[in-house]
Design a protein around this ligand. Sequence first.
Ligand SMILES: Nc1ncnc2c1ncn2[C@@H]1O[C@H](COP(=O)(O)OP(=O)(O)O)[C@@H](O)[C@H]1O
Ligand SMILES: [Mg+2]
Length: 378
Amino acid sequence: MTGDPVRAGPGRPAWDPNDVTGPAARGRAAEGSGIAMTDTQTSLPGRLAAVPGGEAETAVRADALSKRYGDVTAVREVSFSIRRGEVFAFLGPNGAGKTTTVRMLCTLARPSAGRASVAGFDVARQPRAVRRRIGLVFQEQTLDDRLTAEQNLRFHAVLYHVPRAQVRQRIDRALELVALADRRHDLVSTFSGGMARRLEIARGMLHTPAVLFLDEPTVGLDPQTRALVWEDVLRMRREEQVTIFLTTHYMDEAEYADRLAIIDYGRIVATGTPDELKRQVGADTVELVTSDDAAAARRLAAAGFRVRSGEEHLVVFAEDGEGLVPGLIEAAGVRVRSVHVHRPTLDDVFLHYTGRQIRDEPAGRALPMMARARTARR
Ligand SMILES: Nc1ncnc2c1ncn2[C@@H]1O[C@H](COP(=O)(O)OP(=O)(O)O)[C@@H](O)[C@H]1O
Ligand SMILES: [Mg+2]
């Protein structure tokens, strides 16, 4: 959908043709929006720019945002808002409409209906103002692997009009944010898939965006590398106060987000913090094995606990299973042999809202990053 990155010729660095602020797309975006992209003014520091209209705490807002492609409705009346400094995730299977939503918010695709604003600016009416305040990392890799890490960043700094006096400092900072400072002079061709991905994230941060969009930043990476990417994301939020919107189809990692929306067939089916969503689908369960389950069950029920006797153990239902354990052991009044707390997972949440499990979905669009990971030289 987003096509191949423009390959570099000798002395001609590659850029992402879908990157609206890159030269290839500037013309295109300007055609679409009727705005001449000749602005050489600095947008730094993007996130300190004034946010109009009393929405200072809202970084991203979507109201009934929809996108149709012919007969296909890729995104259906999606509404949500993201507070400044939040890490917000869109969790959904392939084809759910995640990338389409990101593209609308980044002004790469025009909404068919509804509205959205980013950093206080309307994506349809003020696309240039939006573009100056966002960083964007695509699913597909768009680095030039014949350049070093630093050269890739330098090129981007020029494209984004990072003031010359700040370039060095921002490159140092961006590399620090993804823990790649010691690899700055290495060719990207020597990077693993995970390192390349993290360098792209650094590049997205170079011009100090107010909102960083990461479309499936961890797809195709091994679990350890995925964890490193998340460390980077949380560090950027903590140390640069950037708002982060990311998409994923990995349930386990959506847990790291402050809040998330579950999207399926273009619709948001649930929104909340990971804990709120899990609470919506049911209480924690605490399984107890005791020296006398029948006696324990009577005492626990008398003490006001919701208890069910099973064949091999007792089950107690509770809002906060872990917090309840000491009280349960005391109230049971018999010897407790084992305790197991089960908390609903996001898998349970997805199943509850969609009637199926996300892992049943085919891999589909995960391919570009997987291909890169396979061919990456170490
Ligand atoms: N440019 C396009 N033209 C036609 N259909 C598209 C286009 N982009 C996406 N779609 C369709 O919209 C739906 C959502 O796609 P997408 O946003 O890429 O989902 P996700 O990123 O969650 O995998 C899919 O059915 C996809 O085939
Ligand atoms: Mg996608």
